[in-house]
Design a protein around this ligand. Structure first.
Ligand code: LLP
Length: 425
């Protein structure tokens, strides 16, 4: 992780806090999140995209503290469930700065979003247009965006690609449903069509797909102007910005992204005689991902016939992306110095499943032994938020570090929490 620094005694620090100290105080497994790094990333987005709205995608990681950090940095929030909305509202997040997503929003979620006064609701199917319009009180207009499939294939893993035609999100331009949605929204008195939305996928590290999306979407805005005579004021290009998980990897170049996308939108809009729409961007992973580190205790070492397994006290329940997508991570032993040479090992979890892997191809000191501590970098996005209680294991806490201080912002789950909903016979 960019902000994790090795110390001469074998320890490492994040934001001036010793990770071994965190292990001693809070135990393992634990997620650590560098607040200043989150804030730096928020500021970098605002600097790269002036006069735009940066809506942090809550699905990557959300808790009360996180909501307040991004809010104080001037970001809005992208939520995609009633739960994310409720948490945001509970922290006093201004509803007008929230965009609500979902391909299957329930009637209750739509009502909660309208009642709360959510700034934008993203239309993802034709049927929800009438449902939504019926929920808007007389005299009010709910701003909406229509989600369009840009038909661009990008992204690291098939499971998280959302730009192409054959997937469940968005409305197709090819079969006319996107245009149909636009017409229906424009014909609803209670709805105000603020603009169009698209999202290409996730963990995308090239600028070109976004450049193409920007051009395609401005052309769609021009088509709407041509057919209906309205120039929509907003263009939401979604999120999906890639980060570095491994030392030799590179994430999306934010400066280049900002400059290219803005220039593309401006040029294309000028060429088509359209006013330049206000940009909305929804980064999730790129805000919280690099700011997080997971800490584990090594429980067992096993030499197999083909490889050595290092088993830790967490696994696919708190680190799901390796088993789900085959994602790769950098692991480091911390807590002591070793003069032993490197050894290729597989870091696995404690769950009852052979695919329960944290890092397939880790390189750790050959004398790694039970009791050692492992730090896994870049786990601030899609770890805590995707954690499960599989095998009735308790989910780790989130410890925020800032200015040399550590504090729990989400406490560790305990066995009472796990049993609370089980009402018995
Ligand atoms: N906006 C929309 C409409 C989205 O669907 C997503 C992510 C984002 C923004 C934020 O994408 P980000 O900037 O974080 O890539 N669980 C997967 C990622 C799923 C992303 C789903 N949508 C993973 O762990 O890689």
């Amino acid at each position: 992780a960019p902000s994790m620094r090795s110390l001469p005694d074998g320890d490492a620090e994040l934001a001036g806090v010793s990770l071994m100290e965190i292990v001693r105080r809070f135990g393992t497994p634990t997620y650590v999140l560098d607040e200043a790094e989150v804030r730096r990333r928020c500021r970098a987005y605002r600097a790269a995209l002036p006069n735009s709205d940066i809506m942090y995608a809550a699905k990557a990681f959300l808790c009360r503290a996180m909501a307040s950090w991004v809010r104080s940095e001037g970001l809005g929030l992208d939520v995609c469930s009633g739960g994310e909305l409720a948490l945001a509202l509970a922290t006093g997040f201004p509803a007008a700065r929230i965009v609500f997503h979902g391909n299957a929003k329930t009637p209750r979620e739509l009502r909660e979003a309208v009642d709360a006064g959510v700034g934008r609701i993203v239309i993802d199917n034709l049927a929800e247009i009438n449902h939504l319009a019926a929920l808007v009180p007389a005299g009010r207009r709910q701003k909406v965006l229509v989600r369009v499939i840009p038909d661009i294939e990008a992204g690291a893993y098939a499971a998280i690609r959302t730009g192409g035609e054959d997937q469940k999100f968005g409305l197709s331009m090819a079969n006319g449903s996107a245009a149909e949605a636009v017409h229906r929204v424009l014909d609803q008195r209670g709805l105000e069509l603020a603009g169009l939305h698209c999202h290409l996928g996730s963990q995308i590290s090239e600028v070109e797909p976004y450049e193409l999306a920007a051009r395609t979407m401005v052309e769609q805005l021009a088509r709407i102007r041509d057919t209906r005579g309205v120039a929509l004021p907003e263009l939401d290009l979604g999120g999906g910005h890639g980060i570095a998980y491994l030392h030799d990897e590179r994430g999306l170049d934010l400066e280049r992204f900002g400059a290219t996308v803005r220039a593309t939108v401006e040029e294309r809009a000028a060429g088509l005689g359209l006013p330049v729409p206000r940009l909305i961007i929804e980064p999730g992973r790129a805000i919280s991902g690099p700011a997080g580190v997971s800490l584990y205790r090594v429980i067992a070492i096993k030499r197999g016939v083909r490889r050595t397994f290092v088993a830790v006290d967490g696994g696919m329940s708190d680190h799901p992306r390796t088993s789900l997508y085959g994602a790769r991570y950098a692991t480091t032993m911390i807590g002591r110095l070793s003069t032993a040479g490197p050894r290729a090992v597989t870091v696995v979890g404690h769950h009852c499943e052979s695919g329960d892997t944290i890092a397939e191809d880790a390189v750790l000191p050959a004398d790694i032994r039970p009791g050692d501590v492992l730090a896994v970098a870049a786990t601030g996005a899609y770890h805590h938020s995707m954690a499960s209680t599989y095998n009735l294991t308790c989910r780790p806490p989130v410890v925020a570090v800032t200015g040399g201080q550590a504090r729990v912002v989400v406490r560790r789950e305990d066995q009472d929490d796990l049993m609370r909903r089980d009402v018995g016979l």
